[in-house]
Ligand binder design. Structure first.
Ligand SMILES: Nc1ncnc2c1ncn2[C@@H]1O[C@H](COP(=O)(O)OP(=O)(O)OP(=O)(O)O)[C@@H](O)[C@H]1O
Ligand SMILES: [Mg+2]
Length: 426
């Protein structure tokens, strides 16, 4: 008998809730494991940890936050070795603008860490070791008459209380850093604080550009990872896991739901999640009562389509709504033929020049400020465009710009009245 109560909770979950049926990303998780092992070896050798930064970036709904959540979960389960790292979750890159903010968040995580709570360190020892952080309120800006929380303070407390553990500093929404974060990012990357900290950043498709635009030099290889669609088998496994967890029996006529939802969602995590929610919404109807055979696939598809279009609609900021004609044409061109940044810039300029000069038809030309760079940047930020590193025929690595989700490209072309099956005009 299907678990209608749990299915109902799932159907009502929000689209960015932590992944209940997390699949894949093993390569990333293994990479984190190696980084932790390296840091552990450095610790044993009395050396500091340098250049272990990781950046996971991708379009909205690619599963970056879920990946950070999974890393924390695996740490808890002991996947990264017997000496568990301390996980620090920071919700926005904005925190990197201030040393005090970062240090306080690390201290807070140490304080909450289960191993600390079960060791012999009493609260009094903690307070004595680090009065600024453990003495009173942790709220930023409320500490009065006490020195600011600095890495120097933190070093002392880690040396006293946690000498053998590494620290995974997981910062989400890294694209929100400001120019003031340059020093912090460099410090964390170079390990000049001499603490065993591994910075793990997650952010939108423009994250690397934002990091570099603040003067941070191009990071070492192994730093950057693109988070994109799941593999077909992984997407199917998520649907299977859902049906099993909610005890939904596969009936005699039941179609291949895992296969169908994987295909309809382009294996894109957010759409897949919404597809599974759409199926759950049908399963909980009193007349269906958890019986897969009674579900009408077309109703599920219509619900899924609706959720997806809402998600796409939110991405089309005012700038894109006002330049819909131009945007659709750009999508059409880059879908047919990959472009690097310079090629894309000249394409946009060419399309803009060809646009009718009638001011009522602004939809085909650049926005009023005519800022080409800003326009392309906004496309990356919203996940309409993403830079992929690819090897060309001569074996050279080039940065290619593409729309990361095929159905999003199609959606935008159709909005502008373009038939995606036709070639774009020369
Ligand atoms: N590896 C995965 N396996 C299964 N489902 C996933 C996976 N990753 C993410 N999801 C699902 O996809 C949805 C979107 O994921 P998430 O919020 O992590 O994306 P994001 O990249 O952080 O998006 P945003 O840029 O909007 O913050 C979540 O509801 C989650 O359930
Ligand atoms: Mg997120």
């Amino acid at each position: 008998m299907a678990d209608i109560t749990e299915l109902t909770k799932f159907a009502r979950s929000k689209e960015r809730d932590a992944a209940l049926f997390f699949q894949g990303r093993e390569e990333f998780i293994t990479d984190i494991k190696y980084a932790i092992q390296n840091a552990q070896e450095n610790l044993r050798a009395g050396e500091s940890t340098t250049s272990e930064t990781r950046l996971f970036y991708g379009a909205p709904g690619a599963g970056k936050t879920s990946l950070l959540g999974e890393i924390a979960k695996r740490a808890e389960q002991g996947t990264f070795g017997a000496i568990r790292p301390i996980i620090v979750r920071v919700v926005s890159g904005k925190s990197l603008n201030s040393e005090e903010d970062v240090v306080l968040q690390i201290a807070e995580a140490i304080k909450k860490d289960a191993i600390f709570r079960t060791t012999s360190h009493s609260n009094a020892t903690l307070k004595a070791a680090f009065p600024t952080i453990f003495g009173g309120s942790l709220t930023k800006g409320q500490i009065q008459n006490s020195p600011k929380a600095t890495f120097l303070n933190l070093k002392q407390i880690i040396k006293d209380l946690s000498p053998s553990r590494t620290l995974l500093l997981c910062v989400d929404e890294i694209q929100n850093i400001g120019p003031d974060a340059k020093e912090m990012i460099d410090l964390l990357h170079q390990g000049n604080h001499t603490l065993p900290i591994i910075p793990v950043y997650a952010g939108l498709g423009n994250s690397l550009r934002v990091i570099m635009s603040h003067g941070i030099s191009r990071p070492a290889s192994g730093y950057i990872h693109t988070v994109s669609a799941l593999a077909v088998e992984e997407a199917q496994a998520a649907v299977n896991a859902m049906l099993t967890q909610f005890k939904v029996a596969r009936g005699k006529k039941t179609g291949d739901w895992p296969g169908v939802l994987a295909q309809r969602s382009d294996c894109w995590p957010q759409h897949l999640h919404n597809g599974m929610r759409a199926l759950a919404m049908e399963l909980i109807r009193p007349d269906i009562n958890g019986e897969l055979d009674r579900v009408d696939p077309n109703t599920v598809f219509a619900r899924e389509q609706n959720l997806r279009e809402q998600a796409y609609g939110w991405r089309l900021s005012q700038t894109f709504q006002q330049t819909q004609g131009l945007l659709s044409q750009i999508m059409h061109h880059i879908t047919v033929q990959p472009h690097n940044l310079a090629e894309l810039e000249s394409l946009v300029l060419r399309l803009d020049q060809k646009a009718p000069r009638d001011p009522t038809l602004r939809a085909f030309s650049l926005p009023e400020d005519r800022d080409l760079e800003k326009y392309i940047h906004e496309m990356m930020h919203q996940g309409l465009l993403q830079e992929f590193s690819e090897q060309d025929e001569a074996g050279r690595i080039t940065g290619t710009l593409r729309c990361p989700i095929p159905s999003l490209a199609t959606y935008i072309m159709r909005l502008g009245g373009i038939d995606p099956s036709k070639a774009p005009p020369k």
